[in-house]
Design a protein around this ligand. Structure first.
Ligand code: FCB
Length: 513
């Protein structure tokens, strides 16, 4: 465990800052492959959202997610004063809770999409504790009727439009009855509802919720994701909450936190995924789309290639390898290969696909070991921009999953802040898709790409300022408008390929050619 702790500390340090080396090998070695080749038949072209980020701000009212730990976090005066969140009013959101049909029509009409990644918000289904209740009918009677009816209607609306849903069960947020992020921020030891710090309580309830959703909606959903970006929660919630990212309870290891929380939380996440996986497979036994498969369950890590700052420096090279092990493999090895400190059959084989969120590549420098006999290597990050575009990294993470785990992949998020009329956002998508097409040509089993995001939305502690959407919206009227990025993305999805004209117009030197 001590070894693991040291490694975790290094990882936490790595999250502080990372910078990029902008260089890529664009040589096209193999014969007969072109980035304009079609994507595989049935490839899912979609966008991704999370309920908390898009639902609020309805035309008829705020549509507040009253029981969410993130609502509590985003509106708490003390948390705003500490600058752990920016205080933007949640009712300025795009109101997807009411406008989902409009949005799905736009996704089909303008983006030519046949896939959609979204989350169910646990707090919108179960507003009070489900502890002590196990059978489906009693749980259904307890569920919030509006929430239950809403998700049924959403999945029907997707089905009617021929859009395949990929549904995330925990996209960071959870109900306040299981996680009181503000109380735990102030007193991690004394707070009552401790979320990830209390696995004995959280894991069975999370698995119960997952099993409930699978059974309830399984006739309309086949693709399930358990946890979104576990490490984002670990780092922004229990290690280094800061201007880049915070997540409740926003405990800092530099101030009141404990390095033991990090190990505890991550091990609880591994366990939670495995138990949710089992519950979803038990609950969803209906093949929603007639492809012969009832359900497929994956985790959605944010993967990042790791690079030595100086490839000639041995310590940097070792640091990059270590950072890769820790950042990219630590959860996947136990959940796919069953390898934790020992062989664990109750964890292994629990992923049918890997959902990859890809935003950037990490560059690290190694530091001399403090005591050479300890297996303690430390790496220092050079981060300045967690969203700096490195399209070649998308190829690397897809190939990493193929070569290491040989599992199917969905790119569950990839995106950039973009303005309505600029070419830069369109170039981002084109550049990344050239590399993704190359990964497919090299054997990666990539089955879909979900651009983050369908529409501008609430970017966690940054509020509404960071706009990733393919659509913008007017805060007053809620009217949607297609951005340049969306227009170009739609032309790619509609053709199921990067048309040569699109490549010629938008690809730059970071694209694969
Ligand atoms: C990812 C999150 C997603 C969104 C994008 C920009 O890390 O999963 O909710 O915030 O970043």
């Amino acid at each position: 465990m001590a070894f693991f702790r040291h490694r975790f500390f290094s990882l936490a340090a790595a999250a502080l800052a990372v910078s990029l080396i902008a260089c890529s090998d664009n040589s096209n070695g193999e014969k007969g492959f072109s980035v304009s080749d079609p994507f595989p038949q049935g490839f899912l072209w979609g966008t991704a959202t999370a309920g908390f980020q898009v639902d609020m701000g309805c035309p008829s009212g705020p549509c507040t997610d009253t029981y969410s730990d993130w609502t509590q976090w985003a509106t708490d005066a003390g948390i705003i004063e500490e600058e752990l969140t920016n205080g933007d009013p949640l009712e300025d959101g795009p109101g997807h809770w009411e406008l989902y049909e409009t949005d799905f029509d736009l996704a089909v009409e303008k983006l030519k999409n046949n896939g959609y990644r979204m989350s169910i918000e646990w707090s919108r289904l179960f507003t009070t504790s489900t502890e002590g209740v196990d059978d489906h009918e009693t749980l259904r009677a307890m569920a919030d009727p509006e929430g239950l009816a809403h998700y049924h209607a959403v999945f029907e609306a997707l089905q009617e439009r021929g859009i395949t849903p990929l549904v995330t069960l925990i996209h960071y947020s959870m109900p306040t009855w299981i996680h009181d992020g503000v109380a735990c921020h102030k007193d991690p030891e004394g707070c009552e509802n401790r979320g990830w710090l209390d696995g004995d309580r959280l894991i069975p309830e999370m698995a119960k919720y997952a099993g409930f959703a699978a059974r309830e909606f399984g006739d309309k959903v086949d693709l399930w994701a358990t946890l979104n970006e576990p490490y984002a929660v670990v780092l922004a919630g229990y290690a280094f909450p800061g201007p880049e990212r915070t997540n409740p309870p926003g405990i800092s290891i530099l101030n009141g936190g404990d390095i033991e929380y990090l190990t505890r939380v991550i091990l609880n996440m591994v366990e939670a995924h495995a138990r949710m996986y089992d519950a979803i497979h038990a609950g969803d036994t209906v093949d929603a789309d007639g492809d012969g498969v009832d359900t497929q369950v994956g985790l959605v890590p944010n993967l990042a290639p790791t690079e030595p700052k100086d490839p000639e420096r041995e310590l940097d090279v070792a640091a990059a390898a270590d950072a890769h092990q820790l950042y990219n493999r630590f959860m996947l090895d136990p959940l796919i290969l069953g390898e934790l400190d020992e062989k664990r059959d109750d964890l292994g084989g629990r992923m049918d696909f890997v959902g990859i969120n890809y935003y950037t590549t990490l560059t690290v420098s190694g530091m001399a070991p403090l005591f050479s006999e300890l297996p303690l290597f430390t790496f220092l990050p050079d981060t300045t921009d967690l969203f700096a575009a490195r399209p070649d990294g998308l190829y690397k993470v897809a190939m990493f999953v193929k070569e290491t785990y040989d599992l199917p992949v969905y790119i569950t998020e990839n995106g950039t802040v973009n303005k309505p009329d600029e070419d830069r956002g369109a170039a981002f998508v084109v550049n990344h898709l050239t590399w993704l097409r190359k990964a497919i040509a090299d054997g990666a089993d990539v089955r879909g790409y979900f651009y983050w995001s369908l529409i501008d939305n609430y970017e966690w502690n940054h509020g509404f300022g960071m706009k990733f959407g393919a659509f913008a919206y007017d805060v007053e009227t809620k009217e949607r408008s297609l951005k340049k990025l969306g227009e170009v993305y739609g032309s790619i999805a509609g053709a199921n390929r990067l048309l040569p004209a699109v490549v010629a117009e938008f690809a730059d030197e970071t694209a694969y050619r």
